[in-house]
Design a protein around this ligand. Structure first.
Ligand code: NDP
Length: 243
């Protein structure tokens, strides 16, 4: 742990499993007071026991619940919009329901929670930082990921607009764009070797990401070490996008 977040309050969404859980542990280990938001109370209970984080149980697919939960988090300095879902369907079979739900969690919730946090920072006259957890699938197409790729492309664009509108208030907004990461979601989409082998072959470092790889990049972007970094989409992909 190389960053010092002492005195900063951080909100991490989708914190119960995978990447979000690792981000909570890393930020707490670097001295932040962390509020972990997720859907499953049991996940949050064990995470709180491990890290000392505060917890909020909420379903971010519900716009009003997202707004309320963000308010309950109190005066947040650092926000990580990490919650995301992936519903695998071929393009021809993608349902409006799956498409809308994916947009609601992966994009709309980031907007709503971002609005609440940014308003609070501006009212307090405080500087802050926001990181949206996007994906390499924002810039390349993946089979069976139509709704997901569309949502991550939208999240990158939301990040850019947040960066230019919030930057003048001293709030930096960036994204991280991981390749396949070994989490419950990653296992669901990529456990079939027939699917994962060609993907792995395109990653020059020859491995998939670990949640810790993503958490470290998030911590960097939240930290003062990234004080002049605003509006970037940082690949955490072992070089995948350079192919
Ligand atoms: P996981 O599915 O492993 O964990 C996601 C966490 O978010 C879970 O705790 C989940 O809770 C929570 N969550 C999901 N939907 C909601 C919701 N509506 N409201 C509140 N919490 C919710 O995913 P990952 O850790 O793999 O993914 C984290 C982020 O990283 C996502 O945005 C994902 O798109 C992105 N990403 C992941 C990659 C990968 O290969 N794994 C690659 C690139 C990006 P619950 O389990 O209770 O639903």
């Amino acid at each position: 742990t190389h960053f010092d977040f002492t005195g900063r309050r951080a909100l991490v969404t989708g914190a119960g499993k995978g990447i979000g859980r690792k981000i909570v542990a890393l930020l707490a280990g670097c001295g932040a007071a962390v509020v972990a938001l997720s859907r499953d109370a049991g996940d949050l209970e064990s995470l709180s026991a491990e890290t000392g984080c505060e917890v909020i149980v909420a379903d971010l697919a519900d716009a009003e619940a997202a707004r309320q939960a963000a308010g309950e988090a109190g005066p947040v300095d650092l926000l990580v919009n990490n919650a995301g879902i992936s519903i695998l369907q071929s393009f021809l079979d993608t349902t409006p329901e799956a498409f809308d739900r994916t947009q609601a969690v992966n994009v709309r919730a980031a907007m709503i929670v971002g609005q609440v946090v940014a308003r609070g920072l501006i009212e307090r006259g405080a500087a802050g930082a926001i990181v949206n957890v996007s994906s390499q699938s924002s810039s390349v197409g993946l089979p069976s990921h139509a709704a997901y790729c569309a949502s991550k492309g939208a999240l990158d664009q939301l990040t850019r607009v947040m960066a230019i509108e919030l930057g003048p208030h001293g709030i930096r907004v960036n994204a991280v764009n991981p390749t396949v990461t070994l989490t419950p979601m990653g296992a669901m989409a990529w456990s079939d070797p027939a699917r994962s082998a060609p993907m792995l072959a395109r990653i020059p470092l020859g491995r998939f990401a670990q949640p810790r790889d993503v958490a470290q990049a998030v911590a960097y972007l939240l930290s003062d070490a990234a004080g002049m970094v605003n509006g970037v989409m940082l690949p955490v992909d072992g070089g995948f996008l350079s192919n």
